[in-house]
Design a protein around this ligand. Structure first.
Ligand code: DP6
Length: 324
């Protein structure tokens, strides 16, 4: 009763920011992402009736209590679906540089959901897997699919209509995504805490909710038309708006470092020189830059010249989960 799955992480173009149900990981708003090709988690799950307790090995070491308990709670959900009490051994290898500010929880829970379900022979379809992965980490529901993916927030209280679907396969539109690393310190406020505080205390949160569905519509139309500039403009505006909601939280949350602002200004400057590069920023200081593949090399070289930039990792749209 063993299965191995590889799942890629994803980067949100229209952000998921805020939950309406913390237990079921139901979001306040729908979101849209690109699954990446280079950063992934490979997870093996083995259930056995002779195992006395669950064990979680992360990168070949027994994981800490916090990480382990998240995984064990998630295994409980899979066991409940399968009607079993069998304990499991989980072995996850992360190929996601944590410092890059890319969520390893997205690839981690997508891989765990698919490997766990397969090991117990659950025969879940992609929609059911997306619903399951969502309950480990919201953004994980999008990593089941490759390419451009939408997570519909849904309206049901049981979460049965809150899952992701693919908008466009990865082969259909190649764009370059540069993860620009400006600081290697681990982030202090997790996205989970950050979004919770924002929903509860920020007077700007209502402004987010009032406009995010329009941003999503705009982004979807841009993707359908392969209109890079239109997509870039809405992606950038959406990310800045998300960060603006946090500045209004109590206490305020500011993920940016000096280098973050330096990169933002440089991207804006490059646009005045005729480049079509746009940025997005998640719950951390690093900047992700989107540009057409033909501009990738120049953008890489230009951004690496900035004193605050430590490293740049280049990705493209990648595939959904793979059974190994
Ligand atoms: C800013 O999915 O990591 O990256 O559901 O609490 O596990 P939990 O949060 P998580 O949040 C991701 C937040 C974000 C935006 C996004 O990926 O849409």
């Amino acid at each position: 009763m063993k299965a191995t799955v590889k799942a890629n992480t994803n980067i949100a173009l229209i952000k998921y920011w805020g939950k309406r149900d913390e237990k079921l990981f139901l979001p306040m708003n729908s979101s849209l992402s690109i699954t990446l090709d280079k950063f992934y988690t490979t997870t093996t799950v083995e259930f056995d009736e002779y195992f006395e307790s669950d064990i979680f090995l992360l990168n070949n070491r027994v994981a800490g209590t916090k990480e382990s308990s998240k995984v064990f709670n998630f295994l409980d959900k899979i066991r409940e679906l399968a009607g079993t009490k069998m304990r499991a051994r989980v072995r996850a290898l992360n190929n996601v540089p944590t410092a890059a500010g890319l969520a390893s929880s997205a690839s981690g829970f997508a891989a765990l959901a698919a490997a766990g379900a397969k090991a117990l022979n659950l025969k879940l379809d992609e929609r059911e897997l997306s619903i399951l992965a969502r309950q480990g980490s919201g953004s994980a529901c999008r990593s089941i699919y490759g390419g451009f993916v939408e997570w519909q927030k849904g309206v049901e209280t049981d979460g049965s209509d809150s899952y992701a679907t693919q908008l466009l396969p990865e082969q259909r539109w190649n764009i370059s995504i540069l993860s620009v690393l400006v600081a290697s310190k681990e982030k202090k406020v997790s996205s989970r805490e950050g979004m919770k505080n924002t929903v509860e205390t920020s007077p700007f949160y209502s402004g987010w909710l009032n406009t995010v569905e329009d941003d999503l519509k705009n982004a979807k139309e841009a993707i359908r038309a392969r209109d890079f500039q239109r997509l870039g403009n809405v992606v950038e505006a959406n990310a800045l708006k998300m960060h603006a909601t946090m500045l209004g939280a109590k206490p305020p949350i500011l993920y940016w470092q000096g280098g973050t602002v330096e990169v933002i200004h440089h991207i804006q400057y490059m646009r005045t020189c005729g480049f079509s590069a746009y940025f997005t920023i998640d719950a951390g200081p690093n900047v992700k830059v989107l540009c057409p593949p033909e501009e990738e090399r120049r953008m890489y070289e230009e951004l690496l010249k900035l004193p605050a930039v430590e490293e740049i990792l280049v990705c493209h749209p990648g595939s959904g989960i793979q059974y190994i």
